[in-house]
Design a protein around this ligand. Sequence first.
Ligand SMILES: Cc1cc2nc3c(=O)[nH]c(=O)nc-3n(C[C@H](O)[C@H](O)[C@H](O)COP(=O)(O)OP(=O)(O)OC[C@H]3O[C@@H](n4cnc5c(N)ncnc54)[C@H](O)[C@@H]3O)c2cc1C
Length: 462
Amino acid sequence: MTAAPSPSATAAARRDLGRLVGSERVITEPAALFGYSYDSTTVLRGTPPLAVVQPAETRQVAAVLRYANTHDLPVIPRGSGTGLSGGCVPLAHELVLDLSRINRLRAVETTRRRAIAEPGVLTGDLLTAVTPAGLFYPPDPSSLKVSSLGGNVAENAGGPRGLKYGVTQDYVQALEVVLLDGEVLSLRREEDGDVLALFIGSEGTLGVVTLVEVRLIPTPPARRALLAVFPELAAATRTVSIILREGITPALIELMDDIAIHCVEAYRGLGLPLDVEAILLIETDGDERAADRDAARVRDLCMAAGAREVRLAATADEAEALWTARRSITGALGRVRPDKIGEDICVPRPAIPTMARRVKEIGREYDVPVVLFGHAGDGNLHPNVLFSSLDADERQRGEAAADAIIAAATELGGVISGEHGVGIMKRKFMPLNVDPATMALMHTFKRAVDPKGLLNPGKLLA
Ligand SMILES: Cc1cc2nc3c(=O)[nH]c(=O)nc-3n(C[C@H](O)[C@H](O)[C@H](O)COP(=O)(O)OP(=O)(O)OC[C@H]3O[C@@H](n4cnc5c(N)ncnc54)[C@H](O)[C@@H]3O)c2cc1C
């Protein structure tokens, strides 16, 4: 861990940074800095940064990085701070480079089906902006109303629609990236595909994204939303593979267990069933006939596999209520316990039922509530271990349960993170998924662009 700079070095850095971006764009008040000492990973608390700089354009990002490089000042890029692995959390009073003010949607090119956006544009705002033109940007992290595109690129964010439409990396066509020495790279998929790919999912450790070009697709003409109610969790998890084996690819298949249902229902009052172990939220899409046909087949398959009932949303508002339910889970969990470790494991689809069973057994074994939800369609599950940090014993049991979940996922051939990234939270588990030779190669890449290890230290690799 890097030592905190001395008061005189701090004052000098703040003054110099003010010259580079304007003093009004340098945050130094202690209360405001405290707000940058954490992200959405509720169990993780970092340190207040030395300062937060909010550049307005690429040139200023380059100037700040050049300054940091020259003065050996560690820097942490930050988008909206919705990360769930601690990727933008300072650990030793580093400088935070807040990209949220570089937030113009520069262009929506309908004929080319492309959008060009600055990193601070919110994911949901991009989707809203392209919709009137009949275009669609599918990556939909459940945080889409607040997460930034720069953060999505850095984490290679996914979301429910990943099942059919893929994740952020499947849409990025070009990136502008600033390296620590201030060099500005313009990378296009056609010419620099492999280099471009290195930066997607690099969690702010290789460069700072200052412009993103994404491809768009035509909006599917029709969508059908279904709520399948399962008295037993095991039947719900088995159904996921049954649907996909039939050759149907819904736009999404989301799982919510009983704890998730109860929390969301208490919070939102959406009329979810409270006497069952699980629900699946499923969306089919395509042209009208395909969406209807798939919805009917999905309904039949769910009923045959043990669903008590399958409700088809009759209106767009009813469908939206289902997605609201899904997106509300994380926020609603505070009703059970104030703290949580949110896992992001991804297991091969046939292993989903076993994984779900193991998660519940682990909860009982360690005597902590473990809620299970996630993008079941692609095996990406979010078991969240709930506890109160005020109860040291419960916290310890919670941490042990979270480790046991990672171990179980690995035994089943899964990975430690499907979409939330490694950040600080999953670093200790990297050797479970990445062999030493590959890890060494990753360090070589890192050293090539950041020999002093100043860009987002302590995250992912360091
Ligand atoms: C309720 C909730 C639901 C969520 N659901 C999903 C989901 O369904 N799918 C999913 O994938 N994630 C999900 N997330 C996690 C999170 O929203 C995503 O990881 C998102 O991509 C983070 O974006 P951000 O702008 O908040 O980035 P931050 O949290 O600010 O930063 C995340 C990482 O990106 C780096 N970074 C940020 N901006 C840049 C930049 N311009 N250049 C270089 N590096 C940068 C940071 O250094 C850090 O390592 C969810 C989070 C919450 C709170």
